[in-house]
Design a protein around this ligand. Structure first.
Ligand code: SF4
Length: 353
């Protein structure tokens, strides 16, 4: 079915229905939807709501504060993806620590840390392991590679998170009002479409091209129309029911499931990954813990509500004023896949609420 037929189908399925809210869980989808102008071509009563699928956005202040505490120590090198630098912690950011002379290196893959560790035998290298099931297998492979090479100066500071538990958390939240999910294609490649079978509302695994996103939206609307709620795999070229079993094995060799704190959602049971006891020597928090003072930030940032789909970024009083991508107040304005950053970049004419 081509794009114009898909749009006709979406309009036909939405006709006469109440206002329908569909959450795109993944930050890459948020950006792809804006780029393709998908909000503009949907019927008035179909609303896309952004969700908690940007890894930088959901990483909480305590984690950033802990990373900064290590970075300020003389004998450490902190290795991180670039978009973590500007994420505000409770009082500062890694970029500010870097400006103060901390040794922080921007990397493109966790495996880059192997060379940094080999080149700096007198330093302790800490990789900031944030992200979802998509990137966690590479972090796990880095731990296995460090083990095989006998490296004693490479560590992880882990805040990796799992997508199905946060969706369960949202569905059980009394204020959550969403009629369907567009599920993250990249995560589903690893964990498989069947991992979402517990969902109780219409859902579809989506690819990242405009046509693939429209196909998934049509599938969700079709389920609503038929009174069904299932997980449709609309990205079958790369997503299977069982996912990537090799990646899953690497993950479970190194990590075990643990509770995890999400920005704006507090502690969600079984929603994160913790390094197994067998690999504890690579877990910096077990080897050399630092103490941070827990601070509750007081500003008007509404990131937590944005990530839960309760408000859109323009409902934050700081959006586009005190908070812009070059002067981010909250984490959702930092990464290119951040919900607020995407809404800011693509402008208020691109969406309809
Ligand atoms: S616009 Fe800025 S301050 Fe407001 S919710 Fe988004 S990130 Fe937070």
């Amino acid at each position: 079915m081509d794009t114009s037929e898909l749009i006709k189908k979406i309009n036909r399925l939405a006709e006469g229905k109440k206002k329908l809210r569909i959450m795109e869980v993944c930050g890459t989808h948020t950006v792809a939807i804006f780029r393709a102008g998908i909000r503009q071509i949907l019927p008035d009563n179909v609303e896309l709501v952004s969700g908690p699928g940007c890894p930088v956005c959901v990483t909480n202040d305590d984690y950033i504060d802990t990373a900064i505490a290590y970075a300020l120590e003389e004998n450490f090198i902190v290795a991180t993806f670039g978009d973590m630098l500007k994420v505000p912690g409770s009082r500062s950011s890694l970029a500010a620590a870097q400006a103060q002379g901390s040794n922080i290196k921007v990397i493109y893959s966790p495996l880059d840390c192997i060379k940094i560790a080999q080149d700096n035998p007198n330093k302790k290298i800490i990789f900031l392991a944030v992200g979802f099931e998509t990137t966690a297998p590479t972090a796990a492979a880095t731990v296995l590679s460090a083990q095989a090479k006998g490296l004693k100066n490479l560590f992880m500071l882990s805040a990796q998170k799992l997508v199905p538990p946060v969706l369960k958390f949202l569905l059980n939240s009394p204020d959550f009002r969403v009629d369907g999910f567009l599920l993250p294609g990249h995560v589903a490649v690893v964990i498989g479409a069947d991992a979402f079978n517990f969902l109780s509302i219409p859902s579809a695994v989506a690819g990242f091209e405009a046509e693939e996103i429209l196909l998934a939206i049509a599938s969700v609307l079709e389920q609503i129309d038929n009174g069904r709620a299932e997980v449709a795999n609309k990205y079958p070229a790369v997503v299977t029911a069982a996912g990537n079993v090799t990646a899953q094995k690497i993950l479970s060799r190194v990590y075990e499931v643990a509770d995890s704190e999400w920005r704006g959602m507090e502690l969600i049971p079984n929603s994160g990954l913790r390094i197994r006891e067998e690999f504890a020597k690579f877990d910096i928090e077990q080897v050399e813990p630092v103490k941070i003072e827990k601070v509750k930030k007081k500003n008007a940032c509404r990131c937590g509500e944005v990530l839960r789909g309760l408000v859109n970024p323009t409902q934050c009083p700081l959006f586009g004023k005190a908070c812009t991508p070059s002067r981010a107040v909250g984490a959702c304005m930092v990464s290119v896949e951040g919900v607020c950053a995407a809404w800011y970049k693509y402008g208020s004419n691109n969406f309809r609420w």
